[in-house]
Ligand binder design. Structure first.
Ligand code: T5A
Length: 216
C-alpha cells in the first residue's frame, strides 16, 4: 500500500481533535505527501455511516443499562472492521494518507487496561478487525489524568468519560505500556497547543522527510 496511516492516541481531552485540525492544514502543505495524494481525516468510533450509528450506541446507549464490557468491546471491533474495510484500506491503496483520531490502541487501553478484559482476546480481535493493517506511525499525546479532568470540567461527559478517576488511571497506564511496546512517538500534551503542534510537525518531518522516504 502506498498511502500512509497516521494515528493519534491518548486519554480523553489530550488534544487529539485540536491537533488533527492543525495537521489537516499543515500536512498537505508540508511537502511530505507525494503529489496527488490527499489527506483523509477520520476517527474511531464513527469513521463510516455504520460507525456513526455504532458510536451513538456505544457512547450513548439506549435504555438504562450500559452495554456489558464484552458487548462494548465487540461494538468497537465492529466499528473498526467496517472502517478499515470500507474507508482506510481503499484510501491507502489509492496512495492517499489517512489521519485517524484513535485506532486499535484505544481498545487495548480502554477495554483491556480500563475494563480489564483479556488482552490476548483483544489482540485477536484487533487482528480480525484490521485484517493485519498496522499504522505507519502512532503518536501518543501524553497527558496526566488530573489535567484530563480539568480540561473536561467544562463540558458534559459521554458514558466512557464519566467512568471516574480509577478507570482513567488504568487507561493512562495502558497507553504508557502500549507506547513502549509498540514504539509509538510520545509527545507531551500538557504544553501549549502551538508547542504540541510543532513537536508533531518535527516528528513528521523526521519520519517522512525525503531521506527516510528514499530509504523505504
Ligand atoms: N473508546 C474509543 C474506547 O473505549 N475504545 C475504543 O476502541 C475507542 C476507539 C471516544 C470515547 O470512546 C472511547 C474513548 C473515548 O472515551 P471521543 O469523543 O472520540 O470518544 O473522545 P475523545 O477522543 O476523548 O475526545 P476528546 O474531545 O475528549 O479529546 P481530544 O480530542 O483528545 O481533545 P480536544 O482536542 O477535543 O481537547 C479537549 C479540550 O482541551 C483543550 C481543547 O481546547 C478542548 O477544550 N486543549 C488544550 N488545552 C490546553 N493545552 C493544550 N495543549 C490543549 N489541547 C487541547
Amino acid at each position: 500500500m502506498s498511502g500512509r496511516l497516521l494515528v493519534l492516541e491518548g486519554i480523553d481531552g489530550c488534544g487529539k481533535t485540536t491537533q488533527l485540525r492543525h495537521l489537516a492544514n499543515w500536512l498537505p502543505r508540508s511537502g511530505l505527501m507525494p503529489e496527488g495524494a490527499r489527506l483523509h481525516l477520520t476517527r474511531e468510533p464513527g469513521g463510516t455511516a455504520l460507525g456513526v450509528a455504532l458510536r451513538k450506541l456505544v457512547l450513548h446507549p439506549p435504555g438504562d443499562a450500559s452495554p456489558e464490557p464484552l458487548a462494548e468491546l465487540l461494538l468497537y471491533a465492529a466499528d473498526r472492521a467496517q472502517h478499515v474495510a470500507q474507508l482506510i484500506r481503499p484510501t491507502l491503496e489509492q496512495g492517499h494518507w489517512v489521519l485517524c483520531d484513535r485506532f486499535s490502541g484505544s481498545t487495548l487501553a480502554y477495554q483491556g487496561y480500563g475494563r480489564e478484559l483479556d488482552l490476548d482476546l483483544i489482540q485477536q480481535l484487533e487482528q480480525i478487525a484490521t485484517a493485519g493493517l498496522v499504522p505507519d506511525l502512532t503518536f501518543w499525546l501524553e497527558l496526566s489524568v488530573e489535567e484530563s479532568l480539568v480540561r473536561r470540567d467544562a463540558r458534559s461527559n459521554d458514558r466512557i468519560e464519566a467512568e471516574g478517576v480509577d478507570f482513567l488511571t488504568r487507561v493512562a497506564t495502558g497507553f504508557a505500556v502500549l507506547a513502549r511496546e509498540r514504539s509509538w512517538v510520545p509527545l507531551q500534551a500538557d504544553q501549549q497547543v502551538e508547542s504540541v503542534s510543532s513537536a508533531l510537525e518535527s516528528q513528521l518531518n523526521h519520519h517522512f522527510g525525503p531521506l527516510q522516504e528514499s530509504m523505504r
